[in-house]
Write a protein that binds this ligand. Structure first.
Ligand code: C2E
Ligand code: MG
Ligand code: MG
Ligand code: MG
Length: 292
């Protein structure tokens, strides 16, 4: 076991690190197996208009139910999938399955609702995504205008010219591009004007903080103002309380996503509650049509 250098700076090995490394390799192997046997499913969370709570999009969120470990959160396994490039194969499945599901819902009558899919920076680096998206849309019969791709702010601000050009090509084809987790990636507000985006998803951190903290309140307000002036659509992520809903609405933010409206749901529940119940609205602010 390596020791600290006396000032406590270099700690090369500790038992805790050992167990982290073991967990990492264990999950990596399990991830390979799960991908080979397609042991994942998608859950769907609505993004609604603040005015009437009509559903605009569903965000597709991956779920991994491990036979022994139970539900493993994406925040734990997506980084492992990225470091190992397994995200390429997994990401192919996620896009195909998301488009296939939305196309099926369209055919069943849920006409106006669109689908939003998270795309990792690794996917953007490894393949020309415009062609990939076009082929997936063709295969599933989903119109390009019904698809949104979510790319995090930190990925977008470090993206190469080739990647930006690919995203532009997607937009020209009619696909919507959103900047995800906005506010956490340290880009300046002025870069918003130059990025190939249509939608800003403001990170939950700002929504949580804005009601207690004047600084966050002001930042949220300026993001909203600038976004509106640039003609971008703004989504507030992680809205959990009615107060937060009213606050973002009063700031001119047009769409919200969060537990207040609905948790992510299984495709089965979306099918029964939205389609069979013929509901395409969330009943009213603060009440969820999904939860009992
Ligand atoms: P994200 O793309 O920002 O997704 C939103 C996350 O916030 C989801 O967590 C969602 O369940 C959660 N959330 C939504 N509303 C609320 C709320 O009111 N309160 C709280 N506390 N949380 C809320 P999830 O599903 O655990 O995903 C976490 C992250 O993992 C995602 O953040 C995304 O970065 C990544 N991820 C999830 N699915 C995929 C995927 O299919 N592909 C890729 N590349 N990444 C994914
Ligand atoms: Mg997202
Ligand atoms: Mg997000
Ligand atoms: Mg997030």
């Amino acid at each position: 076991r390596a020791k600290t250098d006396g000032r406590g700076i270099f700690k090369v090995y500790s038992p805790e690190m050992g167990s982290k490394i073991r967990r990492y390799h264990y999950l990596l192997e399990e991830l390979r197996l799960a991908i080979a046997s397609q042991n994942f499913h998608l859950s769907f969370q609505p993004i609604v208009h603040v005015e009437d709570c009509a559903i605009d999009y569903f965000e597709a969120l991956i779920r991994w139910h491990h036979p022994i470990e139970g539900l493993i959160p994406p925040a734990e396994f997506i980084p492992i999938a990225e470091e190992s490039n397994l995200i390429l194969e997994l990401g192919d499945w996620i896009l195909l399955e998301s488009c296939r599901q939305m196309s099926a819902w369209h055919n069943a009558g849920m006409k106006k609702v669109k689908i939003s899919v998270n795309v990792s920076g690794i996917q953007l680096k490894h393949r020309p995504i415009a062609k990939w998206v076009e082929q997936t849309l063709e295969k599933t019969g989903l119109p390009a205008s019904s698809l949104m791709l979510e790319i995090t702010e930190s990925t977008l601000i470090t993206a190469s010219e080739e990647i930006i050009e690919q995203l532009e090509a997607c937009r020209r084809a009619g696909v919507t591009i959103a900047i995800d987790d906005f506010g956490t990636g340290f880009s300046s507000l002025s870069t918003l004007a130059d990025l190939p985006i249509d939608v800003i998803k403001i990170d939950k951190l700002f929504i949580t903080q804005a009601s207690q903290n004047q600084k966050y309140h002001k930042i949220l307000n300026s993001i909203s103002e600038l976004g509106n002036q640039l003609g971008l659509k703004i989504v507030a992520e992680g809205v959990e309380q009615a107060e937060q809903f009213e606050l973002v609405k009063s700031m001119g933010i047009r769409c919200v996503q969060g537990y207040l409206v609905s948790r992510p749901e299984t495709s089965h529940n979306v099918g029964t509650k939205v389609l069979k119940g013929n509901v395409n609205h969330i009943a009213s602010t603060g009440t969820s049509i999904w939860l009992p």
